[in-house]
Design a protein around this ligand. Structure first.
Ligand code: XMP
Length: 513
C-alpha cells in the first residue's frame, strides 16, 4: 500500500527540512522538492498536501522564485509559510508590501480559533507567541480569503480560503519558538489534508532499501564505518539491502577515543558484515603535523579519508559506490546552495575533485539524529550502538585546539575517558546528548604539591539537544564536575586547570573547531 505523502516545496528558506521532519513526526512521509518541480510531476506524486517554505526574497524581486498559479487549482491543500504565505497572496491577486516595522523573533500573535488550523489545537490560547522573521507583509489578502491571525504590526499573520483548502501563515510554525506550532502543522496535515498519519520508520526503512537496491543493482558498495550511530545505521540499512556485496571499512585515523578502535572492531566483527579495519594513524598524523587551522584540519582529514577508501576499494576491486552516513545537520552546516558554511563536516566537504567511485550514496541524508536512532532500533541494532553519543568524523583532531601532537592526543584521550566514566557513574549518559573533553592550547600557572606548574587548560563540554542544530549546555551537577576535575588533574599529566563550557549553540557550536 502506498504511503501518504506531503510535499514541502523549497523556496530557499532555512527551515525546509525541519518542516519535513515535523510532518514526519505527525506520521506522514514528507519530502522536500524544488519549487521548480513541474506541476505534472507533482501531480504524479499524488501528495495529500503541499507546504510552501519561507525564503530570503521579496515576491517583487525579479529573481525571486514564483509558482504557476494553476497549483492552487489542483485540488491539493496548500499551506504557505512566510515567503510561501506572501507568494500565495501575491499569486492569487493580493498585495504584498514592505513592513514599516519588520517583525523578527518571538511575537505576540492573536489567533481566530474558528480556523481549523488553530481551532483543532485545543491548548492554543487566543493569543500566544509565534516566531516571525520577515520584512515584507501581506497588506491585502486575495479575494475569497479571510484573515485568521494578526499581530500588532502584521494585520494578516494568517489567512485562508477553507473551501479551496488554501492556508497561509506569516510566522514559522515549524520552529520550537512558535508555541503549539507543531500542533498547527499537525492540524493542517490531519484536519485539512485528511491524512491518516500511519507512516513510521519501518516504512522509511522499506522504501530506502528498495531505492538502494534499484540504484546499486548487482554492484558493490564500500561503507565508511566509524562505529558512530549514523554510519552504524547506514551499515544496517545497506546490509539489509545488498547483503555481502557491502564491505565496511573502518579507518582508524589515530584520532579515536581511548580503546575505541578495538570497541568498534568487536561490535561489528560478529554482525555478519564484511568488515575491514585499516590502521592509517601514521598517515593522518603526519599529514596534520604543523596544521592548526580548524577548516584545514577538516579538509585534510576528509581528503585523506577518501584516499584511504579509494585504496581499499582498489584492493577489493569493482566497487562502484561509496556509502556515507551523512545526516541532515551535516549537510546544512556544510552549506547548501546559498546557506552559509559553518564547518565542513568531513563526510560532506573536502572531497577531492576526482573521486574514484561511480557515485556516493547517503541513505540518511534527509534525517535528523533522533530519526536516525529510531531507524536504527527499527533495523534491530542493539541499544549500545543506537544510543552512542555522536562523535565527529575528524575525531579528537578537532578537539585539540591548535597543532596536534601524539602527546596531546594521549592527554586528551585519558582526560576524556575520565569525564565519560564520571558521567556514566552519575547515570547521566542518556540524559546528556553529547559530552566530551577539549584540550585547549592555553597554558596557565598552577600549584601542585609545593611546586609551580605551567600546564594545559582542559575544557569539559556537555550539551542537551534533540536535533544538534541548536543545543543547550547541560546542567551537570557541580559534584559530578568536581569529581571529574579532581580525577583529571590528579590522574592525567600536564593538565592543571579544568573549565566547563556554558555556552549554547548558537552562538557557539557543539565542537570547538
Ligand atoms: P557542531 O560542532 O557543528 O556539531 O555544532 C553538531 C554535531 O555534529 C557533529 N560533528 C560532526 N559529525 N563529521 C561528523 O560526522 C564532522 O565533521 C562533524 N563535525 C561536527 C558534532 O559532534 C555534533 O554532534
Amino acid at each position: 500500500m502506498k504511503n501518504e505523502l506531503v510535499i514541502v516545496l523549497d523556496f530557499g528558506g532555512q527551515y525546509n527540512q525541519l518542516i519535513a521532519r515535523r510532518v514526519r513526526e505527525c506520521g506522514v512521509y514528507c519530502e522536500v522538492r524544488s519549487y521548480k518541480t513541474p506541476l505534472e510531476e507533482l501531480k504524479k506524486l499524488d501528495p495529500k498536501g503541499i507546504i510552501f517554505t519561507g525564503g530570503p526574497n521579496s515576491v517583487y524581486d525579479e529573481s525571486s522564485p514564483h509558482i504557476d498559479k494553476a497549483i492552487f487549482d489542483m485540488g491539493i491543500p496548500v499551506l504557505g509559510i512566510c515567503y510561501g504565505c506572501q507568494l500565495m497572496a501575491y499569486t492569487l491577486g493580493g498585495r504584498v508590501e514592505t513592513c514599516s516595522v519588520s517583525e523578527y523573533g518571538r511575537t505576540e500573535t492573536f489567533y481566530d480559533k474558528s480556523s481549523v488550523i488553530f481551532g483543532a489545537v485545543e491548548s492554543l490560547p487566543e493569543s500566544d507567541i509565534a516566531w516571525m522573521s520577515h520584512t515584507d507583509f501581506v497588506a491585502q489578502i486575495p479575494e475569497g480569503f479571510r484573515i485568521t491571525a494578526h499581530t500588532k504590526d502584521c494585520p494578516a499573520a494568517a489567512f485562508e480560503n477553507a473551501e479551496r483548502r488554501l492556508y497561509a501563515v506569516q510566522f514559522h510554525p515549524e520552529v520550537n519558538h512558535t508555541r503549539h506550532g507543531v500542533d498547527m502543522l499537525a492540524a493542517f496535515v490531519k484536519n485539512v489534508c485528511g491524512c491518516k498519519c500511519d507512516w513510521n520508520m519501518k516504512d522509511y526503512a522499506k522504501t530506502a532499501i528498495e531505492q538502494i537496491r534499484a540504484k546499486v543493482g548487482e554492484g558493490r558498495a564500500l561503507l565508511a564505518l566509524s562505529g558512530g550511530v549514523d554510519s552504524s545505521v547506514a551499515c544496517a540499512l545497506m546490509s539489509k539491502a545488498i547483503g555481502d556485496r557491502l564491505t565496511c571499512v573502518f579507518v582508524d585515523h589515530g584520532f579515536m577515543r581511548k580503546n575505541e578502535g578495538d570497541e568498534v572492531e568487536s561490535a561489528f566483527k560478529d554482525r555478519n558484515v564484511n568488515f575491514i579495519r585499516v590502521d592509517a594513524s601514521e598517515r593522518f598524523i603526519s599529514k596534520l603535523t604543523g596544521i592548526s587551522d580548524p577548516e584545514t584540519k577538516r579538509k585534510y582529514i576528509g581528503e585523506e579519508f577518501i584516499l584511504v577508501f579509494e585504496d581499499e576499494a582498489k584492493k577489493i576491486g569493482a566497487v562502484d559506490f561509496l556509502v556515507q552516513g551523512t545526516i541532515y545537520p551535516d549537510v546544512i552546516e556544510s552549506g547548501t546552495g546559498d546557506a552559509a558554511v559553518i564547518k565542513s563536516h568531513h563526510n560532506v566537504g573536502g572531497l577531492p575533485d576526482c573521486v574514484d567511485f561511480k557515485e556516493i550514496i547517503e541513505p540518511l541524508r534527509l534525517l535528523f539524529k533522533d530519526e536516525v536512532r529510531k531507524l536504527g532500533s527499527e533495523l534491530g541494532l542493539p541499544d549500545y550502538l543506537v544510543w552512542r553519543q555522536p562523535f565527529p568524523g575528524p575525531g579528537l583532531a578537532i578537539r585539540i585546539i591548535g597543532e596536534i601532537t601524539r602527546e596531546k592526543l594521549e592527554i586528551l584521550r585519558d582526560a576524556d575517558l575520565i569525564f565519560r566514566e564520571e558521567i556514566a557513574n552519575a547515570h547521566l549518559d542518556r540524559e546528556i546528548s553529547q559530552y566530551f573533553a577539549v584540550l585547549t592550547d592555553m597554558r596557565s600557572v598552577g600549584v601542585m604539591g609545593d611546586g609551580r606548574t605551567y600546564d594545559y587548560t582542559l575544557t569539559l563540554r556537555g550539551v542537551t539537544t534533540s536535533d544538534f542544530m541548536t543545543a543547550d549546555f547541560a546542567r551537570i551537577p557541580y559534584e559530578v564536575l568536581e569529581k571529574a576535575s579532581i580525577r583529571i588533574v590528579n590522574e592525567v599529566g600536564h593538565i592543571n586547570r579544568v573549565c566547563y563550557d556554558i555556552t549554547g549553540k548558537p552562538p557557539a557550536t557543539i565542537e570547538w573547531e
